[in-house]
Design a protein around this ligand. Sequence first.
Ligand SMILES: [Zn+2]
Length: 271
Amino acid sequence: MKRYVKNMRDIALTIDVEPDVPPILNTWRGVEEGLPILLELLEKHGVRATFFVTAQTSEIFPKLVNRISRENHEVGCHGYEHERYDRLNPKEQSKKVELATKAITKIMGRRPMGFRAPNFRPTLHVFAAIERAGYIYDASVASYKTDPGSSRFTFVEIPNTLPSSVLRLPISFSAKLLRLCIAALPLTVLDYHPWEVIEMPREVRFDCRFATGETALHRLDRLLAYLLGKRANFRLMREIAENEGSRRSGGKERSLSRISRSKGFLLNHCR
Ligand SMILES: [Zn+2]
């Protein structure tokens, strides 16, 4: 009997574009030096990624941020200046979401469709604000942190599967772990930062510092080649959100903002 080739599995590579290891450092080497290197690496492998950019980054480096979307990647919003929303009052949280959305829209010439709260620390007020702002999906929840209640909202929640430091481990470990994820999950969401391909100084805590720089770049290069060799299918987050929106509505409802969230799918599979 003819067997189908084992399913290609979906992966979303997400890259958070921000100052270096916020709030520990106040430098921008990741954006200035690391981002162009990462874009070249993605181009080499033909991989498209979703970049969650802080509004401040888009204001300081508009050309670089526009280059991301020119090279067919997606640009989403990562807050205004990498603020911890859980440490702000509700009014400030809403204001920051509004300002960040406005600033990125102005630089890009179109609204971002996805949002990720810094440090994977969303709140119910952030969820309410991004719903009001018309985001079709949220990526602020991590499978290894608490979800404050995204299921009460209409956007699609696409949780992160693994912390970024996993991609800096020796490939013998990271490939094994990823193989388990892609075998078990319909979607594996990976997180990364441009500052990881720059060697981070000693004052940065160990999990954000180990193997940064050349080692990180080399390991990411090999890991992407490995995943592509395993027929992994790299997808943009907005495409995943759009498909999920259509699936929920049985293909009849095209307007994602009006689709009510159904239980299941990503969150259940990605925990
Ligand atoms: Zn971040």
